[in-house]
Write a protein that binds this ligand. Sequence first.
Ligand code: ZN
Length: 498
Amino acid sequence: MSFSFAPLLTRMQELRDLGGAIGLLTWDQETYLPAKADEARGAQLSTLQGLYHERLTATALGDLLAAAAAQRDLPADQRAMARVLAWERGRAVNVPGDLVRAIAEAQSQGLTAWRAAREAKDFRLFQPALQRLLELRRQQADAIGHSGQRYDALLEGYEPGMRVERLRPVLESLSRRLVPIIRAVSEACARKGPWPLAGKTFDVEKQWRFTLRLLKDMGFDLDAGRQDKSIHPFTGGTHPRDVRLTTRLEAENPFPALFGTIHEGGHGLYEQGFSEEHFRTPLAAAPSMGLHESQSRLWENIVGRSRPFWRHYFPLLQAQMPESLQGLTTEQFHVAVNWVEPSLIRVEADEVTYNQHIALRFELELLLIGGQLPLADLPAEWNARMESLLGVRPPDDVKGVLQDIHWAWGELGYFPTYALGNLYSAQLWAAARPAVQPELERGNLLALREWLRQKIHREGYRYPAEELVQRVCGRGLTDDDFIRYLTAKYSELYGVTL
Ligand code: ZN
């Protein structure tokens, strides 16, 4: 019997279109949705997600995928498309419908309890909901399947192919090597205090205009995407030709807008850079959240907090906002964007201390999913580990164990992707630097976009994340390049020996 890829392709395209519609409704929910439409939107999204799940798990799709897998002479891209979709379908099919519904219900209860606990600054109000979520996640991990390590099944939802036994030694090494760097750099930084922008205000309209200029200079196509405002910046959209970024404006501090835009711009360039022949197929996607995050971190931290970048952009920003930046030198501004200080809140952490926040969460998640840490002890365990990793102790649960929304949803396995993003970003930079650095010195950001497009973006989901990094950098996951990057940058910037 002859095989035709066409019916399978049609189903792939339908799934991507449904996903795009879900993406648009979600983006709208976070940006422009009128408050009273909240409930209606929830229903619309849940209907569409139900349809998506139905089509994904349909027996007919399973048969088409099995037939494709049996073909020996399928072109490589078609084989990869079928493999990626079969993997996604496999995870969905194995989890029974009543477990999916139970998780959704527990998530909504978790969110409500988490909000109440934050209000009261008391973890105990969240504890029963978290207990329930953990039980369901264990069931889910068992349903998906694993080889003895439940966390692997959850981690793979965000980082396909990654395993605890691969990840853990790298993150442990990273955490260990960070301790002396954090101590030396934060002490040197404190001696420079106070923070050079303290007490200033920044016109939000001017901030907004500057972020749009940055996006254009990075090569983000504003005819194939847009930027709006939201409380929590994110990248969404419906298609590589419709990529939607958001940013956040604050009058007292221009950094959420500037670095939020550069960060989301990095994600956005990835989405816009997928190959046209992969559009509406499973290959027009990043192979992992960690690799996606490598793009945003590379732009935000390695480029956006570099001296060449601000040598070029600070005079322009200063000319836009003389009332805020008069009298400040490029060097002072460069110090301000690289302020290093151990702090309690992950999302406000600098690039030197950030990964310790991830180390803390990763280790706790392993204990939680393994049932090795009684939930009642979680806040105290959090605080003790925070003190040993960063030398700061949360005064209450809101600034400690209740700070992130991830566990409120029972989302476990996601945090490591942030650290992977940092590590991969430094590996990619080490590979790109010889060709790209001279262009950056000239204020040309397009050379980096082009390099990433050729090496990473246009490949889409052809290869698993670490395999792609291996191909491009000659080496799989390592903390060496990140440590080298930090050491070189901060020993020079703060005149310390690292
Ligand atoms: Zn990101």
